[in-house]
Design a protein. Structure first.
Length: 255
């Protein structure tokens, strides 16, 4: 009698633990994408151009705005993912054919977090083919986005935080949403609106996990934005596949 009671007790505990065992292998299903807004970084790229000819100099500063987000990279939380074209430096040789004199270009990249605090960013890594760039700043304290463990399915709704045309303020980040439409010429396509300034903005799923990053928009339809593919971002961030449990829990219970 005692043995039978222990058997049914163990059987009951097993079924009660099943949801916990299997839910630990999946991403949290809560709609917590709103919290990812605190990972957003507005990026300002400044180029100070100085041209001198015959002892006379003229100087002008050019600014451009883009978007980005703090992401996990090799376990570090001081890196910002953005578009490669947002962190490329102009070269003086590009102006030599149209400008007489000596040319000096000083480039600076700044990031503004959701509290509008300013950070000096440095280029860490660039993938021009997939338009991806990693910037780094040791002063960042924003939470880092984690890459989703799986590719985005076609039936989901995805969310984007961006600063189109530089629209951004402390604790105010424009939010957009749309569907993943598949891949288009080695890029991921989303029905998310984008404008200048949206480049580098993160795309997350409902669980707040990173699945994409907008780098451009279709030239005939601004509600059709393009991103680096999930696999390209995964390779760029050097995210390894999780190893399967070599010793899974199985209890031999006769039912």
């Amino acid at each position: 009698m005692v043995h039978q009671y222990s058997y049914y007790k163990m059987k009951t505990i097993f079924f009660l633990l099943l949801p916990i065992i299997f839910s630990s292998c999946a991403e949290n299903d809560d709609n917590n994408f709103i919290g990812t807004r605190h990972s957003f970084i507005k990026i300002v790229h400044e180029e100070n151009v100085k041209i001198c000819n015959d002892g006379k100099c003229v100087q002008k500063t050019f600014k451009s705005v883009s978007s980005g987000a703090v992401v996990l990279y090799r376990g570090n939380e001081d890196t910002v993912l953005t578009a490669a074209h947002s962190c490329m430096h102009s070269k003086p040789t590009a102006l030599n054919d149209v400008v007489d004199g000596t040319i000096e270009i000083k480039t600076s990249i700044f990031g503004y977090d959701t509290d509008n605090l300013k950070h000096i960013l440095e280029v860490k890594k660039v993938d021009e083919d997939n338009d991806l760039c990693l910037l780094v700043a040791d002063t960042l304290s924003s939470p880092a986005l984690e890459l989703s463990k799986k590719e985005p399915p076609l039936d989901g709704i995805y969310y984007n935080f961006a600063a189109p045309h530089g629209i951004f303020a402390a604790n105010m980040i424009p939010m957009f949403s749309g569907h993943f439409s598949g891949e288009y010429e080695n890029m991921a396509a989303y029905t998310i609106p984008a404008k200048q300034g949206s480049s580098g903005s993160p795309i997350v799923n409902k669980n707040g996990k990173l699945v994409g990053m907008i780098h451009s928009v279709h030239n005939q339809f601004e509600n059709f934005s393009l991103s680096a593919t999930y696999s390209a971002i995964k390779n760029f961030l050097e995210v390894e596949d999780e190893e399967e449990d070599q010793n899974p829990i199985f209890w031999n219970i006769s039912l």
